[in-house]
Write a protein that binds this ligand. Sequence first.
Ligand code: ZN
Length: 306
Amino acid sequence: MIRNFLFHRVNPRRDPLWDPMDVALFDKCVKYISENFKVALIEDLAFSKELNSKNEFATLMFDDGYKDNILYAAPILDKYKCKASFYVVTDCIDHNIPTWTHMLEHAFLYTNKDTLDMGFDFLPEDLRVKKLSSKTERINYLNKLKPFLRKTAHEHRNLVIERVVSSYKDVEMPKLMMSWNDLKELKNYGHYVGSHTVSHSMLGTMTDEIEIKEELQLSAIAIEKNLGHTPLSIAYPVGSYNETSKKISKELGYKIGLAVNQNIFDPQKEDFFEMSRIELYNEPWWKTRLRITNTLENIKSLIRYK
Ligand SMILES: [Zn+2]
């Protein structure tokens, strides 16, 4: 059994938008995980005979490629002698821009502009607006927009993002991402760098196979060009994938596809292109520990099936 633990940002500073995991909590997580499980890289473990042993394995993974990963997480990984995998969005690394999800939230929160022409006819009635006059209005709107964007078609989502970014030009996007040199350094320390697509596209919502192929292939080419290896693993952005994206990943030579479904992965029974990951957040330690031991999910499923 493998527990794949997923992290994003690790930072001592709080962020109102999307709170990073606090450094002290991250330290506690890695300490606990390394004391209770055998920590390895999924890229090694997936092809190792050890997998059939009775060992309880854990892996440590980071999505998106945030700068604070190398600043704050890497020294702690080093302290507990753990290796981790970093799944990067290659466009974000190339240009030091945040992912579209982050960009969207940042724009809504920090703009001072009122006009936002969202007249698209694919939008539900309550999301079609011309103007959002205050920060409260903008945040309320964003909270309705986000769930819609998660399930809508890729092309529609791109139109919405472009419109937001071009309407809220007064907002400067934060520089949050690692550079290729940072990633080279992580690789030299024995960590792994895998793909998280070119532009953080939700693969499961895309219909154009050529576009899906580009997201998967061009990100692998960028990693190969900058770091010298072809990535074995693809972490599906926002945990979104389907049979087509799995098929194309396999055709392109990926060996591992990573989902996010808060579960332990059983390599004997489950698909290597739908590997479960357990995401950990900035929460009180008791709650994080329940997630690590998977108790929280067990309790939830007991309640569900009651
Ligand atoms: Zn991501």
